[in-house]
Each structure stands twice: as structure tokens, then as C-alpha cells.
Design a protein around this ligand. Structure first.
Ligand code: HEC
Length: 523
């Protein structure tokens, strides 16, 4: 009898319960797919419900299997080379669950148990900032064959230097903004270019600040002791938007904006983050019908004069790019510090990758980059048929070999900071997230517990409710609010003890008749 039960239990646990849409699969989709695959999102179809996902099973299987033409979720960096915040890739366990579910005929399970899908709203997460800069209304000129790449230069009208602590790029039309690169044109030298081929600014003095791709989190620097990071933006500067509208977006309107959050004037102890194309080659030729490898290094001779801490990295090539990598190398060539490796470059999915920990580059080390370009007809993205000689240039049909870094001067201990924790701790400074009276962390919440820390100890009878964006009560935490408690925690489960899905939540508090609320992002 025992054996039977044991076998039954085994069979039950490996092929049954876990691998149903309602059991485990929906949650993985909410975590890793629906940020793009929702109605009105950038992906061509929604995957938020069983009814939407099950008919797509064959193509989902192909898209998450190795070697897929459009590998899903799009996450180009090699995670074995280096780790980053905001990793979009499926974990090995998630992938196994999805493949098993698909192999077993993608059962739905008990639909009443399906966790509710996340709510997507096109608005700002961080709330109103100190400066909003919006590109003019633009109607996409993409055609069925080709995407539309356009650049806009918009004045900031700043009259004094301010220090940026966060940047949120908000697409005017989530359905058609495939990516947006946001630069600071410090000298006001760039101009708007709607030729359809503009991918990058013309001057090296125009510094990349942030990049938007669908599903990306806002750029938020740690902004509280022990680590305050920021970027200066001076009077006379422009914001330069490099926009990508994919084919099929023709005739649709966009007006993307960027919201900048500044440190209050006079804030001390801010460490300046620089953004520079550390690895760059502005003078190369890629002969037609050849695969060419380019290498570049910084500095040209010797190593970096002083130690720096790298915060994030963003490789940039155009359509002929095949792979790109950058790393730092010790003077004796015996120590390699790995920064990024993109084995299958995809022009359509680029952005800044923020390291989980600051990466120290010691004085004397050089920074090296290696890029491979496929200018043959084997490259399906080659813009020329037959292939043509291609040089450096800002048009999509020209090429680039650049690796941007966000970096700062090194201080001892930098490599020990946990950037995820520090960014979470800074979040309560933002009006969209902030609430008088309570600090919540970590925010965004991944797995694990949310801590709510109250400025004044809670009184008996205080009410603490967690709502989803549809106004549905997810969890009543009032029972935790006994006398004089100043810290309570939430394990992410709803009133039915089921983990609540990713998305935006409102935590509403009534303490002694004083009402306030705070926004939580659950990932
Ligand atoms: C960051 C945005 C994003 C995320 C996250 C994402 N997708 Fe996609 N997906 C897209 C876009 C955009 C396309 C259209 C093709 C393209 O541009 O690559 C697409 C296409 C697809 C396709 C069609 C593939 C093909 O060959 O055209 C499937 C299937 C798919 N996605 C499944 C998924 C699944 C399953 C997940 C989660 C495990 C996921 N996607 C996560 C953006 C995303």
C-alpha cells in the first residue's frame, strides 16, 4: 500500500499538478512574457490568458527552444559571462516547466485557480519628475519592408546645471515604440533627422543617458547614503531621442517623453556617473561578402590611469553586427574582468545592462572590445542585396562599433554594494512610489517578503489593505497591525494564500483616521 501511494505521489508530482496553466505556468508567463505580450503591448499578440496562449503552443515551443530565430524572451547577454539587474531570461527551471507543460498537451488545470494577470498601464511608474521633455508628435513612416529610424532634438530649457538621479522614458504609443535611445546633447549640436535612417547622434559629445526597450525598468541610480550617483545636465543642453518604429507601424502616431528626476539643489556627496563610448572605432571598412572582426581598446596605449567602477554597459552596432564582447585586461594579460558578451547580436534588442555589482577596473588595466560583422548574404538583416562595402556612420545602413559604459571613479568598497538593494532603498524618494509615513522595501518586490516600515508605530485598529490596479482587495494586513508595531511584512500572498501576480499594487493605510497609500511594483 505504501509503495502504491509512493508511486502515485511520484506520478502525481512529476506529470500532474505543477504543469498546468493555472498551477504554475501562468505565473511564469506573467513574470517573463506579458510585459510585451499584452493587448496594446509591443509584441504582435497577447499571452495573458490560457485562451490566448494555448493556440500558440507550437510557436511558443519553438521560440523558447535553443536556436530559435526570435528567441523568447529577448535577452541577448550571455548570463554565464556576467550578471545584471532586470534579467529577462527564463531560468532553467522555468524553461523546463514550460517545455514539460507544452509536451504534456498544455493542460489548463482548474481555471478558477488561475492567478489574475498583471495590469499594464501606460503611465509613469515614478511619478511626475522635475523636468519632462517630449518629442514632437510623429507618424511612423515604416513600410512593410523596412523599419523607421528617426531622431529628434528637443531643448531642455534648463538655466542651471542639475543632477539627474532617475530617468523614465514613457513611450507615447507602447504598441509601436520598439526602442528609444535617450541622449544628452550637452552642446546643442544635434538636429532632428526624420530621414528614416537615423540611428545615432553625429557628435561624440552627445552622451547616451538611457535606453528604453519594452518591459524595461526606469533608470534609477542609488540616491541615498552610502551611495548617491548622478549625471549632470547643464543649461543649453538638448535631449536627443533616437527612435525605432518597426515595420507594420506605418501611419501610427507616437510622442515619446522622458521624465527626469533631479537631486534637490545643494545635495552633497553625489558621485558623478559618466556615460562614454569607451570602446569605439569611428574609422573602419567592412568589405562586401566578408565576415570581419574588429577589435578596439581603451586607452590606446597602456592602461586606465585611475581605477574606475563600471555601473552598466551597452554595446551598440547596427544590422551587420553578429557578436560583441567587452572586458578589462590586466597589464600582464593574466586577469580578465568580464563585462558583456552578446553571442548573437540582435539590433532590435539593445539597451543598458546594469551590473548586479559595480565592476572595479583597476588602474593599469585596459578595456578591450571585440565585434564580429557579417557583411555577407548569409546575414538575413544585411540591408544591401547584393552586399556592399560598408563604413562607419550614423545611418542604420552604415555600421557602428561602440560599447558605452556608465562609470564612476572607484572608491574602496564599491564592489561590495548590492545595487538591487540600494536602488530599492532609494525608491521611496519618488512621488509615484512614495507615501508619507511608510517605507516599503524591496520595491520592486521579486520573491520573498515585503517589509512595511512605519514612521510612527501602528495603533490598534489601523487598517492596511493591498489593492490591485483594478481596485480589487488582494490582502488585508490589518491583523498584523497590533499595538506599537512599526514593522510588518507581507509574503506576497493574497487573502486566499495564493502568490499574487506581478504588476502594480496600491497599499492603502488608515492610521488614526489619516489615509495614505503607496505604490508597490511586484515583478
Ligand atoms: C521584451 C519584450 C518581449 C518579451 C518579454 C517576450 N516577447 Fe515574445 N515577442 C516579442 C516581439 C516584439 C515579438 C515579435 C518578433 C520580434 O520582434 O522579435 C515576439 C514574438 C514572439 C513569438 C513569435 C515568434 C516568431 O518566430 O515570430 C512567440 C511564440 C513569443 N514571442 C513568445 C514569447 C514567450 C513565450 C515569452 C515569455 C517566455 C515572450 N515571448 C517574451 C516581444 C517579447
Amino acid at each position: 500500500m505504501k509503495t502504491v501511494c509512493f508511486l502515485f505521489f511520484c506520478a502525481f508530482s512529476t506529470v500532474g499538478v505543477a504543469q498546468t496553466w493555472s498551477g504554475e505556468v501562468a505565473q511564469i508567463f506573467y513574470n517573463k512574457c506579458t510585459s510585451c505580450h499584452h493587448a496594446g503591448g509591443i509584441a504582435p499578440f497577447s499571452l495573458t490568458t490560457y485562451q490566448e496562449s494555448s493556440p500558440m503552443s507550437a510557436s511558443i515551443y519553438a521560440a523558447i527552444s535553443p536556436g530559435a530565430a526570435h528567441q523568447m524572451p529577448p535577452w541577448p547577454p550571455d548570463n554565464n559571462y556576467q550578471q545584471y539587474l532586470h534579467d529577462r531570461a527564463l531560468t532553467a527551471a522555468e524553461k523546463t516547466t514550460l517545455l514539460n507543460w507544452l509536451n504534456n498537451g498544455f493542460p489548463e488545470g482548474n481555471s478558477t485557480q488561475t492567478p489574475p494577470p498583471p495590469v499594464y498601464n501606460a503611465g509613469s511608474v515614478l511619478g511626475a519628475g522635475d523636468l519632462m521633455v517630449k518629442m514632437p508628435n510623429y507618424i511612423s513612416n515604416a513600410s512593410i519592408q523596412s523599419d523607421d529610424y528617426v531622431c529628434f532634438s528637443v531643448p531642455t530649457n534648463l538655466t542651471e546645471t542639475r543632477i539627474i538621479k532617475a530617468v523614465e522614458v514613457i513611450p507615447g504609443n507602447m504598441e509601436i515604440v520598439h526602442h528609444a535611445l535617450v541622449y544628452i546633447d550637452h552642446n546643442g549640436v544635434e538636429s532632428t533627422n526624420t530621414s528614416g535612417l537615423c540611428s545615432s547622434p553625429s557628435s561624440a559629445s552627445t552622451k547616451l543617458l538611457s535606453a528604453y526597450v519594452p518591459g524595461a525598468a526606469p533608470l534609477i541610480f542609488p540616491s541615498a547614503a552610502p551611495l548617491k550617483l548622478g549625471v549632470d545636465i547643464g543649461p543649453g543642453s538638448n535631449i536627443y531621442f533616437a527612435m525605432h518604429y518597426p515595420n507594420g507601424s506605418s501611419g501610427m502616431l507616437d510622442s515619446t517623453k522622458v521624465i527626469l528626476h533631479f537631486y534637490p539643489p545643494g545635495t552633497t556627496g553625489i558621485r558623478q556617473v559618466s556615460a562614454d563610448p569607451i570602446i569605439a572605432d569611428y574609422n573602419f571598412n567592412l568589405p562586401a561578402n566578408q565576415v570581419t572582426t574588429l577589435t578596439a581598446q581603451y586607452p590606446n596605449n597602456g592602461g586606465v590611469p585611475i581605477a574606475v567602477s563600471a555601473l552598466s554597459v551597452m554595446p551598440h552596432m547596427h544590422l551587420l553586427g553578429q557578436s560583441i564582447k567587452s572586458y578589462a585586461l590586466a597589464p600582464n594579460n593574466l586577469d580578465t574582468l568580464k563585462h558583456i558578451n552578446i553571442p548573437n547580436w540582435d539590433f532590435h534588442w539593445q539597451g543598458f545592462y546594469t551590473f548586479s555589482h559595480l565592476q572595479k577596473i583597476p588602474a593599469g588595466y585596459k578595456i578591450k572590445g571585440e565585434a564580429v560583422f557579417d557583411n555577407t548574404s548569409n546575414n538575413p538583416f544585411n540591408p544591401n542585396t547584393p552586399p556592399q562595402n560598408v563604413q562607419f556612420g550614423e545611418n542604420t545602413t552604415d555600421e557602428m562599433f561602440i560599447v558605452y559604459y556608465h562609470y564612476l571613479l572607484y572608491q574602496p568598497g564599491d564592489e561590495n554594494y548590492n545595487l538591487s538593494e540600494l536602488v530599492s532603498a532609494s525608491l521611496s524618494e519618488y512621488p509615484g512610489i512614495n507615501a508619507a509615513g511608510v517605507k516599503i522595501y524591496p520595491n520592486p518586490l521579486n520573491d520573498g517578503n515585503l517589509t512595511l516600515e512605519f514612521n510612527e508605530p501602528l495603533t490598534d485598529g489601523a487598517k492596511i489593505y493591498i489593492y490591485n490596479t483594478q481596485g480589487k482587495l488582494v490582502k488585508d494586513l490589518s491583523a498584523e497591525a497590533g499595538n506599537n508595531v512599526s514593522k510588518i511584512s507581507w509574503n506576497g500572498e493574497n487573502n486566499e494564500f495564493v502568490p499574487s501576480p506581478p504588476g502594480l499594487y496600491h497599499i492603502s493605510i488608515n492610521q488614526n483616521g489619516r489615509f495614505y497609500s503607496v505604490k508597490l511594483i511586484k515583478q
